[in-house]
Design a protein around this ligand. Structure first.
Ligand code: RP5
Length: 165
């Protein structure tokens, strides 16, 4: 099936941090293509991928990188598709460097940046799904079911707490 989401990561060392993103895309039945590409180490490959993504049928791009994280910005510079940036946790600054590098884009070149850590990776997939769901009613239903499941979990936890105390 044609990929609707392109998920780029700067290094395979990022992959474990992106499991939540991958699992969520799979759980929602979103076809995606995941690639390792670096803004610094393979800039031409990034430009080629981002520049051709829309023509290949992709609708949202997610770019994850740590450290001096320029991947999402480099992708955004080459496409009009919405780009979601995941600042990957790690390194000497524990992802703060990646967060600031990803979120502080110059005006006119947006990257929708999610949080550092596992929650951010899951949110990137959910945000991509929400964008796709604008034109996909069945995906919208799957998203609503996901939301309901998360809500039920909180109600269950609260009930459990009340019974325990
Ligand atoms: C970034 O540098 C990557 O996204 C990764 O988070 C970080 C370290 O990469 P490796 O040295 O582990 O390949 O470009």
């Amino acid at each position: 099936m044609e990929a609707k989401v392109g998920l780029l990561m700067g290094s395979t060392s990022d992959l474990p941090k992106l499991q939540g993103c991958i699992d969520t895309l799979k759980a929602l039945g979103i076809p995606f293509e995941a690639r390792v590409m670096s803004a610094h180490r393979t800039p031409d490959a990034v430009a080629e991928f981002a520049g051709g993504a829309a023509a290949r049928g992709m609708r949202v791009l997610i770019a994850a990188a740590g450290g001096a994280a320029h991947l999402a910005g480099a992708v955004a510079a080459r496409t009009l598709l919405p780009v979601i940036g995941i600042p990957v946790e790690g390194g000497a600054l524990h992802g703060m460097d990646a967060l600031l590098a990803t979120v502080q884009m110059p005006g006119g070149m947006p990257v929708a940046t999610v949080g550092i850590g596992s929650g951010g990776a899951v949110n990137a997939a959910l945000l991509a799904a929400q964008i796709l769901s604008l034109e996909d009613a069945s995906l919208r239903e799957r998203l609503a079911a996901d939301r309901a499941k998360r809500q039920a979990k909180v109600f269950d936890s609260d009930k459990e707490l009340q019974e325990k105390l």
